[in-house]
Write a protein that binds this ligand. Structure first.
Ligand code: ADP
Ligand code: MG
Length: 602
């Protein structure tokens, strides 16, 4: 009976927690949406449900078997019964075991499929998200969605399904059996049990509030001791002992009082529950005995009824917990679907496809803001095909932002950018980006071979000879040759084994291999020593022929040969011209150049 009490206590405590924890989510749409993912696997899903149903029915049957087992085998000593019973039992356990196995295997199979499907969908979505989404969401958040949240959805979904189908069926079956066996006894049981649950619930609520008060009171005690220790000099000099003693005694007494109260409350509750169960038990036994004398219930029936009652507790307990699991799963599902539902990069309806672009760039009164922050103001600039333009300016002046607008990483907020006399918004993203080679400020390398890193993406089928040529042009072969397997060496996570300069050279080789009409170098040689930078400059000189090249560089000596030097400051173009012109002008560029030159001299 005490285990009965414990079981009830568990139920009620969890119920109380549930009421506090449950967040509001539009569960129905989410659940239906999840169910959509099951449709392709409906056959296996059906099999799983069938197995669960069989498993659920086994419990009531087991309880029901007890009656003929006891009455037939032990009371009447029926030889047929004695022979058949063990076979029945073994068969039943066998069927239950097999269906359990089948349900576990099929559910795991489906769950793993769904996790994989969702993960792939999420990853595909991540690949198409606009750049501004990556600025807003930390990679950690996306990472945990793809790894943790997806598996949490599936764990909860399978658990919930299992509990909802198996346990509710088992409960129904057991109840049906109990009422069939003896409705009067069952009714008595079910009128008394709710009483016990209510008592336990009230008591557990009370206990919880007392426990919180004990924690608070204990907090007071420690605070007083801490203060007395920390302020011992103050206590001494102002003779605060009496004050501290009084404070401490009051706090200690408070704790003692609450502790006694807890023990008394829980003691009384155990007493009440025991009395209630004893009372109900005696009523049940009395009525059972009365009925048995009227041949309404047999020994087997009585034991079977009690077995069924005992078997009810675990499924009832799980069923009361199911909402908790459901909400956890739905919260995770919400997070997963939030990612899946994000808008991919938008493309205009009236797209103009032009496979090979020449590389004429026109910025027309272009402004751009990141959220609230205005990063580019009224930029007007024309770059003809084959020209080399250098962007210079202090860090934060908007050089990278300007370069990032050319591959349409961000959508222009005001003004226009035209490429080969087509508004950039009308060029298909794939088409546009195929025509641009970019070496960005942060070099990204993948955990693959050196060759695969150079021939990335659409260049995957490029010949080894071309890769070698690009690597040579970027002065990367010097160090690749030193690697154990040359171009076939695996680089390792994010290329951590390489120096900054080596990484930059690989990125340059990658850009050179792409052979695109527009080249963008965003501080691509900043981590190189002067000698390597000079060499790369030489190869760039050849490469720049016939391509539109945009170079962002800190070291002004490297860009003096550019067709135009565009000087930026706080998101505006402040000067445009060739090196000599700008030097003669004695403006911002000349000042920057003189400062750098003087540093080099020192
Ligand atoms: N992803 C971003 N989100 C919000 N603000 C940004 C972002 N990138 C750059 N900025 C801001 O825009 C301005 C220009 O930055 P950037 O183009 O990187 O300058 P530069 O490349 O010249 O150093 C800076 O004030 C910077 O803080
Ligand atoms: Mg920059």
């Amino acid at each position: 009976m005490l285990s009965l009490y414990n079981a009830i206590l568990c139920i009620s405590v969890e119920n109380v927690q549930l009421m506090i924890l449950t967040p509001k989510i539009n569960s129905k749409t989410l659940y239906l949406r999840l169910l959509n993912y099951v449709i392709p696997y409906w056959l296996i899903f059906g099999l799983a449900i069938l197995a669960i149903v069989v498993m659920a029915i086994a419990d009531p049957i087991l309880a029901a078997l007890i009656q003929p087992l006891l009455d037939g085998g032990f009371v009447e000593k029926d030889p047929m019964m004695i022979k058949l019973m063990p076979i029945f039992l073994i068969l039943l356990i066998l069927i239950k075991g097999l269906s359990m196995l089948a349900s576990t295997i099929s559910m795991t199979w489906i769950a793993s499929r769904l996790v994989t499907d969702l993960r792939i969908e999420m990853f595909n979505k991540i690949l198409t998200l606009p750049t501004c989404e990556f600025d807003k969401t930390s990679s950690g958040v996306m990472l945990s969605k793809v790894t943790y949240d997806v598996s949490r959805v599936m764990a909860a979904a399978t658990d919930v399904l299992l509990i909802l189908v198996r346990d509710s069926l088992a409960i129904l079956g057991l109840l049906a059996w109990m009422f069939y066996l003896n409705w009067m006894l069952s009714l008595i049981v079910f009128t008394i049990v709710p009483f016990i649950i209510i008592v336990v619930r009230i008591v557990s609520k009370l206990l919880r509030s007392i426990n919180t008060s004990i924690q608070d009171a204990m907090g007071d005690v420690t605070k007083i001791v801490e203060e007395a220790i920390g302020g011992h000099k103050l206590v001494k000099i102002f003779a605060g002992q009496q004050y501290e003693q009084n404070r401490f005694q009051t706090a200690c007494n408070q704790v003692r009082h609450l502790e006694v109260k807890t023990q008394v409350t829980s003691g009384i509750s155990v007493f009440i529950v025991q009395m209630l169960t004893a009372l109900s038990l005696s009523i049940i036994i009395y009525i059972a005995a009365l009925q048995s004398s009227m041949d309404n219930i047999t020994v087997g029936g009585f034991v079977s009824l009690f077995t069924a009652m005992g078997m009810l507790f675990s499924p009832v307990k799980r069923l009361t917990k199911v909402n908790d699991k459901l909400q956890q799963g739905l919260a995770a599902a919400q997070s997963v679907f939030n990612l899946i539902d994000q808008e991919s990069e938008l493309e205009a309806n009236n797209l103009i496809n032009k496979d090979k672009l020449l590389g004429k760039l026109e910025f027309r009164q272009l402004s751009f803001s990141y959220e609230e922050h205005l990063a580019l103001h009224n930029i007007s600039l024309t770059i003809l095909p084959g020209e080399t333009v250098a962007l210079v300016g202090a860090s934060g002046s908007g050089k990278t932002t300007l370069a990032n607008l050319i591959p349409h990483f961000y959508t222009i907020t005001d003004g226009q950018l035209w490429l080969d006399n087509i508004d950039i918004n009308q060029l298909p993203l794939k088409n546009l980006r195929n025509n641009i080679a970019l070496v960005s400020q942060e070099v990204v390398l993948f955990n693959d071979t050196v060759a695969a890193n150079i021939a990335y993406g659409t260049m995957a089928n490029v010949s080894q000879a071309d890769i070698l040529k690009a690597a040579k042009l970027a002065y990367a072969m010097e160090f690749i040759e030193q690697m154990p397997k040359g171009l076939s060496t695996i680089i390792g996570e994010r290329g951590v084994k390489l120096s900054g300069g080596q990484r930059q050279r690989l990125a340059i080789a990658r850009a050179l291999l792409k052979n695109a009409p527009i080249l963008i170098f965003d501080e691509a040689t900043s981590a190189l020593d002067t000698q390597s930078e000079y060499k790369i400059q030489q190869s760039l000189e050849q490469l720049k022929q016939g391509r539109t090249t945009i170079i962002i560089a800190h070291r002004l000596s490297t860009i003096s040969k550019a067709d135009h030097i565009v000087v930026m400051d706080k998101g505006r173009i402040v000067e445009v011209g060739q090196h000599d012109e700008l030097m003669a002008k004695q403006g911002v560029y000349a000042k920057l150049y003189q400062i750098q030159a003087s540093i080099v001299k020192i």
